[in-house]
Structure formats: C-alpha cells, structure tokens
Ligand binder design. Structure first.
Ligand SMILES: O=C(O)CCC(=O)C(=O)O
Length: 302
C-alpha cells in the first residue's frame, strides 16, 4: 500500500468513519485514494447505463451496437458514434454525466461517510458531475482532451474545504492518461492562474513539473482531493480508453462560505428557441399518455 491510500472493504463496510490515517494523509497530501470503498459492480452499473446511451444512438443511426458492457465494447461503440455523428457523440457524453445512476453512485453511503470524515458535515452539490474521457481515437478535431495543471477552487469559489470526488469506470494505471496530482500543493492556497479551455491553469512558476504523482486506481476505488490540490490529466497513455467522473462535495457549514453568503461561480442559462421547429405536436404528447403499452421504446417513434 502506498502512502496516499486507505483500504476499506466494500463487502464489510466499516460502521465507523474511515481510518484517522486516511484523514491525516488527506490533510498532508491534499488527496487520498480510498481503495475498494464501493463495490465494483456499483460502478459497472453506471458504466452500463452510459453504454446504453451510446447504443441507443447507434441503433437510431442504423448501426448495431456491440454486445456486453466491457470497456473494449464501449470503446468500440464510442469510436463508431464518434465517426458517424460527432454532434450526437458529444451530446451523449454530456448526457452520461446526467444519469441518475451516476448521482446515486456519488450518494453511496461509503462516499458520503468518507466525505463526512474529511469534514464535509453539511454537504451540498452546487455543481453537476463531470465526465473525463481520454482516448487517442476520440480526440475532437480542434478540441481539447484532458486538462492542464489547475486547481478546482477558482471555478467554484465556495467553501475552502470543498472536496473533489473522482471515480474511475475502468482500472486506471499510469499508461492510461490518468489524473496526476502534486502532493502537498493544496497547502499553498490559491495560486496565480490564467484561463485556458474550461479551466484556470496554474502559473507553472508556482509548481514543480516533476512533482506530479499519477493516480492508479481500480474500479471501486475513489479519490478524494482538496479543491486546492494542483492536478492535471496525464499526456502519457496507450490505445486504451480511460473513463472517469468527478463531482464536488461542498460543505455548506464552512465558516467562510457562510460569511461570504454562499457564493457560487457558475451561471445557468436556458436556450429560448425550439431545437426542433414545430415539435412536439399535440398528437406526439397525447400518444405518450394513451399508449397502453407504456413508454415509447427507442426506435419506436411513428
Ligand atoms: O480526470 C482528469 O484527467 C482530470 C480531472 C479533473 O481535472 C477534475 O476533476 O477537476
């Protein structure tokens, strides 16, 4: 077991909070990898739902999706959708982050318990989950894949003790474009940064580029990381797919958060035009309620 690890047995969940040692590691390094904190099957279930979202679109586009929910099958289907219809591929990834099963995973009692042990005593989700998908074959032309060195806090600006929870859907090793973290960097507070893509990249003068540690985590492991830890996506990887997700546990009881009147850095907006002109017609809606066979099945639109 390496220094930044804590082992919990998902088959025999502890009734007490995680070992004090894990909290100490978190305080010292700014992150901790909780091993086998959730059953791998719980993670696989969400991955299967994600595959279903991809498969539904492949079926709509007239292609048969692969069988099973292995990472190879999912990778192949993602590549197919990517090649067939980039816009749908991107919309599908966005929808993956909105699955209720994904939220349920983040609410797993073991994850909640671990976050509580790290001090998140009145948890709030101000942000939605984020998907991180890395694959040589799935690079968006002119787009970006992965993030440069950054801290999460400036994109949130909530409580100082905000914890990023990072969950892999495949077993991630150092050859799989994994996340890398600079241990101890959280103790420097907020570093100077500049905006790049969707994140705020930390000024390289403020960290040692050789100090990043790759996160190697299996399905069922969960990484808890301070929102002040400097981290990035590794550029080192082979031909395999890496999929993970992250979400932020914020603490509504953090004194600065209360004193600053619960600030939040994101803004919401709603598109005012209809995406599909003249849709829906009253008949489309009526059919949904009149159809005794239940909800419309994919591909069954008349
Ligand atoms: O998974 C990754 O490569 C990066 C994750 C990340 O930057 C984040 O969750 O804030």
């Amino acid at each position: 077991m390496s220094l930044t690890e804590s082992t919990m047995d998902a088959q025999n969940p502890p009734s007490t909070p995680p070992a004090a040692a894990a909290t100490q590691l978190y305080r010292r390094d700014g992150f901790v990898i909780a091993r086998r904190i959730v059953p791998a099957a719980a993670v696989d279930r969400v991955f299967a739902d994600m595959h279903r979202l991809v498969a539904q679109q492949l079926t709509r586009l007239g292609t048969s999706p692969g069988r099973g929910d292995t990472e190879e099958a999912v990778h192949a289907d993602l590549r197919r959708l990517f090649a067939l219809d980039l816009k749908t591929y991107l919309a599908t990834l966005t929808l993956c982050a909105k699955l209720v099963s994904l939220y349920e995973l983040y609410l797993h009692p073991q994850i909640r318990g671990f976050a509580a042990a790290l001090g998140i005593c009145l948890p709030v989700f101000q942000t939605a989950p984020v998907m991180h998908l890395m694959s040589k074959a799935l690079k968006i032309p002119g787009g970006y894949q992965g993030f440069g060195a950054h801290q999460d806090w400036p994109t949130l600006q909530g409580g100082l003790d905000t914890v990023t929870v990072w969950i892999p859907f495949v077993d991630v090793d150092r050859d799989r474009f994994t996340m890398e973290i600079v241990p101890g960097s959280h103790l420097g507070g907020l570093y100077p940064y500049s905006r790049r893509d969707h994140i705020f990249e930390v000024d390289p003068a403020h960290y040692d580029a050789g100090a990043f540690v790759p996160v190697e985590a299996a399905r069922g492991d969960v990484v808890f990381m301070s929102s002040f830890a400097i981290h990035r996506s590794a550029t080192r990887g082979d031909d395999r797919l890496r999929v993970s997700t992250s979400m932020r546990y914020e603490n509504a009881a953090e004194p600065h958060f209360i004193a600053r009147s619960y600030p939040f850095a994101h803004k919401r907006s709603v598109v005012s035009e209809l995406f599909t002109p003249d849709f829906p017609q009253a008949a489309d809606v009526r059919r949904l309620f009149e159809d005794a066979a239940g909800p419309v099945q994919p591909g069954a639109i008349p």
